[in-house]
Design a protein around this ligand. Structure first.
Ligand code: GLN
Length: 477
């Protein structure tokens, strides 16, 4: 039973508990044993709690272990954002999603590694060192939610939460071979998520399959008066979209996403994915998203601008680290110099520059205008198609250290994921193949605002006829 349980979906584990085939304690100890054995090689956790935090409530996922990215507040626990500046900080309240998980009876086992403040695409920008990809320990798991993606891929937990500002759920999900779902902006409360880019951030689930994904979304989505950007739009029961029927679904294929720079093996896996969807009755339509080429530049003005403003609060007074100094200004300077890593400092510089008077119109305002054009590209496309299919990442998992010296090449890891955040719509990455070196390949389905259900329907149909999501990496030293 112990070994079997690791192969079950979260939903099936919860059913086994309800049917008294296994106890909550046995479930926890099975996963805990696996974490203790495998995590030292992956380094996917910042902290594994000595005892899981188990909520009393009931839901279809009660009793199932979950891991949380270390930028989401859990009352009474450390929240580090993988930054030296917060290393010793303890959350004084639960994020809304944590409250909801507890009310649903899930069992929180610990916090996962990430790029500092979610700045990055490889989980190398962590003050605790990089997380390793379970499919090849010399490679990155992607980022910034790399700890969550690696932990789920290696089945150290059935699922996890992370956050996605420019691709931080989908890109690591793609590189680790799991399902990473970014709901529409406003669908999930961001209360208690440490802010990076407030107009882009979204808390999201990482699972191995769409059944767990739909069930987790049911728990975490919904209006919250504590988040002024949270939507009042009615939340459907996402499990109703777990139907194997996509007959007539119109899938858009944007020419800009299948252009140069795309790895051959990724391209071939995407072609096969298109064929699978077609065999199930979907129709493909060639589309164009003409402003795609400006998305990365636009994002790297808007995201660092918002980040520089959000990071202002880490000043040595309110949270975490405080350096000795003889004046207040010196205290700020010393604390921030010692507390932030290189990438955080880079973003503060870029963001402060583009928001400063005289440059604001030339950079931030102009970027905001281009953002509107990118959003309009999607609105136009969705007049003709129901969903859009693209690769998630131009390349499979790269080597640790390969891109750290060249921030620009790292920034390009998210060319296919960033436009979705700029437009505020929803998207999911799911495993759609493997390279000849046994590295996972991910496909991305993009949906209209608040149309998560169609993505779940399409992804579930795909998983009903494929096995990529069932493969588990063998983690050896
Ligand atoms: N990789 C992108 C960045 O570095 C996106 C990160 C994210 O989504 N948090 O900003």
């Amino acid at each position: 039973m112990k070994e079997d349980i690791l192969k079950l979906s979260g939903l099936d584990i919860a059913k086994s508990i309800k049917d008294s085939k296994i106890s909550k304690e046995e479930v926890y100890s099975s996963f805990r044993e696996r974490i203790d054995n495998i995590n030292p090689r992956l380094k996917s956790f910042v902290e594994v709690y000595s005892q899981a935090l188990t909520g009393e409530g009931d839901s279809p996922l009660s009793g199932v272990p979950i891991a949380i990215k270390d930028n989401i507040c859990i009352k009474g626990k450390r929240i580090t954002c993988a930054s030296r500046i917060l290393d010793s900080h303890i959350s004084v309240y639960d994020a809304t999603v944590i409250k909801k998980l507890k009310e649903a009876g899930l069992s929180i086992v610990g916090t996962t590694n990430m790029d500092e403040f979610a700045f990055g695409s490889s989980t190398e920008n962590s003050c605790y060192g990089p997380t390793h990809n379970p499919w090849d320990l010399e490679r990155v798991p992607g980022g910034s939610s790399g700890g969550s993606a690696a932990a789920v891929a290696a089945r150290l937990v059935p699922f996890a939460l992370g956050s996605d500002t420019g691709g931080s759920i989908r890109q690591p999900a793609s590189l680790c071979g799991v399902v990473g779902f970014k709901p529409t902006y406003g669908r999930v409360s961001r209360y208690g998520l440490v802010a990076f880019g407030s107009s882009l951030d979204q808390i999201c689930p990482i699972t191995t399959n769409f059944v767990d994904c739909a069930n987790l979304l049911n728990i975490i989505c919904g209006f919250d008066e504590r988040d002024s950007t949270s939507s009042r739009k009615e939340v459907p029961d996402f499990t109703e979209f777990l139907k194997k029927d996509i007959n007539g679904l119109r899938i858009g294929l944007p020419e800009e996403y299948f252009a140069k720079g795309l790895d051959k093996e990724v391209e071939n896996a995407l072609k096969e994915t298109i064929n699978i969807f077609k065999r199930q009755g979907a129709k493909t339509i060639k589309i164009s998203l003409p402003h795609t080429e400006y998305a990365v530049a636009t994002y790297y003005i808007i995201a660092p601008s918002e980040a520089s403003s959000n990071l202002e609060r880490f000043d040595g007074i309110k949270y975490g680290m405080r350096k000795d100094a003889s004046s207040l200004i010196e205290l700020y300077k010393k604390t921030r110099a010692a507390g932030f890593g290189d990438e955080a400092k880079r973003r503060i510089l870029i963001g402060t520059y583009s928001l400063s008077s005289g440059y604001y119109e030339a950079y931030y305002m102009r970027a905001s205008k281009v953002r509107t054009l990118i959003k309009k590209d999607f609105e136009d496309a969705f007049k003709r198609v129901d969903v859009i299919l693209t690769p998630t990442s131009p390349v499979p998992a790269f080597k640790i250290g390969e891109k750290t010296k060249d921030p620009l090449s790292m920034y390009l890891s998210d060319v296919y994921t960033i436009p979705v955040n700029l437009a505020g719509i929803c998207a999911v990455s799911f495993p759609c193949g493997f390279t000849k070196n046994n590295l996972p390949i991910g496909a991305q389905l993009i949906g209209k605002a608040f149309d998560e259900g169609t993505l779940i329907n399409a992804g579930f149909s795909f998983q009903e006829v494929t096995d990529y999501h069932k493969k588990v990496p063998v983690v050896t030293a």
